[in-house]
Design a protein. Structure first.
Length: 76
């Protein structure tokens, strides 16, 4: 679901993008925009699965990071 920021004439819509989509172009053709409709839970019972829980990680002195030698950052 996206928030509409601006309408550009009758053919284009500008939406607010966040997260990993921030670097994408925020303007789309109006023909791609649909009204939000919630999912029918009877037809799609797994559409909202319960969140997974991650088990705690055991702390071991031999496996602790002592020093970062080189750092690499990925763009995108």
């Amino acid at each position: 679901m996206f928030v509409i920021v601006a309408l550009h004439g009758t053919n284009a819509v500008q939406v607010e993008l966040s997260g990993e989509l921030e670097h994408k172009h925020p303007t789309f053709p109006g023909s791609l925009i649909n009204t939000y409709q919630p999912t029918d839970k009877e037809l799609f019972p797994l559409s909202n699965p319960t969140p997974l829980t991650v088990p705690p990680v055991e702390q071991d002195e031999d496996k602790k990071i002592k020093k970062v030698i080189k750092e690499r950052r990925l763009m995108g």
